[in-house]
Design a protein around this ligand. Structure first.
Ligand SMILES: Nc1ncnc2c1ncn2[C@@H]1O[C@H](COP(=O)(O)OP(=O)(O)O)[C@@H](O)[C@H]1O
Ligand SMILES: [Mg+2]
Length: 313
């Protein structure tokens, strides 16, 4: 399978009068063709900077990036023809209807009128937007607007699609309806890059994950591979039957309300379960969630940062 995207030592430094910031550093990343890559990381991690470089809206200051085999700097026009993007915080033109929005977008990309109308209709149907197809966008809810934008890029012939935080600010139900639209938009032959800081979203949609932190790639791989990188792959939530002291011998313990949360190894998790059963303790256990992984990986950096700040401050 050829790679849809290859980044080599990619870097971006923002420079302004009186200051500068390295937003991406030595990023090496390959995204195989097909499926959805969830690009995760907290605010300021460098996700949007990466998306803007990959979609030819921003120049890198070091390294190289090719998308669909073409260089984003020297072959930018070719790349643009083959990709589609929903930038962070973008909104559809409010005076259009979803049907017009999708059709005009296709027309701008050079699709003949008849074909644009036909493809718009199919996309609107697939994303369950037909009841609102002819209503002005400014009268639609936030969730429907984002779905209309997903319909727009989905209807296009783009081989690679970038969605930068498509669900930020939406309520949980609207988010799920956008997820459903994204799932449909991931065709067998397309590659989708979705940035998010919602880990449930990344977990629900991604075939692969890449975690950025402070402009660096902390890890990349299938969810299973990512999970194998963490120190403690199991989590046990204990409600009764154990003291905090006792649990500390098994792994990392934190208290959440009345529960004790233990991050631990598989063997230790079994041991806690065995002991718990003998004592009639209330507990639940399972592999860590993506959120747990994130907190284990990024939480360490976060604490180091806090420590550094304290030292300097
Ligand atoms: N145009 C810009 N000028 C200066 N700094 C910027 C600019 N855009 C982003 N940054 C900085 O670069 C870093 C990465 O930002 P960004 O790529 O937007 O991260 P994310 O999308 O993960 O939240 C942040 O520290 C941000 O403040
Ligand atoms: Mg961003």
């Amino acid at each position: 399978m050829p790679d849809a995207l290859v980044a080599k030592e990619l870097g971006r430094r923002y420079v302004w009068r009186g200051g500068s910031r390295q937003a991406l550093t030595g990023l090496d990343l390959r995204i195989p063709q097909g499926g959805l890559l969830g690009l995760i990381g907290r605010n300021g991690a460098g996700k949007t900077t990466f998306v803007r470089i990959a979609t030819t809206q921003l120049l890198p200051t070091s390294g190289h990036l090719s998308v669909l085999g073409q260089d984003v700097v020297s072959e930018a026009p070719e790349v643009r023809r083959r990709i589609a993007v929903i930038p962070q915080e973008s909104r559809p033109l409010y005076w259009l209807t979803p049907r017009e929005l999708v059709a005009y977008y296709l027309r701008m990309r050079g699709t003949p009128r008849r074909e644009a109308e036909e493809r718009s209709k199919v996309a609107l149907q697939e994303l369950a937007l037909i009841p609102w197809a002819d209503v002005q966008v400014n009268r639609l809810s936030g969730g429907l607007r984002r779905r209309a934008m997903v319909a727009m890029v989905m209807a296009s012939d783009a081989e690679m699609i970038f969605l930068d935080e498509p669900t930020t600010g939406l309520d949980p139900l609207a988010r799920r309806s956008v997820w459903a639209a994204i799932r449909k938009a991931v065709g067998e032959h397309r590659t989708v890059v979705l940035t998010t800081h919602y880990l449930d979203e990344a977990e629900a949609l991604s075939d692969r994950l890449a975690l950025l932190e402070g402009g660096r790639l902390l890890l990349e791989g299938t969810p299973r591979e990512v999970a194998s990188h963490v120190r403690y792959p199991y989590r046990v939530s204990v409600e009764s039957g154990f003291t905090e002291e006792e649990l500390r011998s098994y792994g990392e313990v934190s208290r959440i309300g009345t529960r004790l949360l233990v991050f631990t190894h598989e063997e230790e998790a079994r041991e806690i379960a065995r002991r718990g059963l003998e004592r009639g303790a209330r507990l639940a256990l399972g592999p860590v969630s993506l959120e747990d992984i994130f907190i284990q990986m990024v939480g360490e950096e976060f604490q180091n940062e806090a420590g550094e700040e304290a030292e300097h401050g």
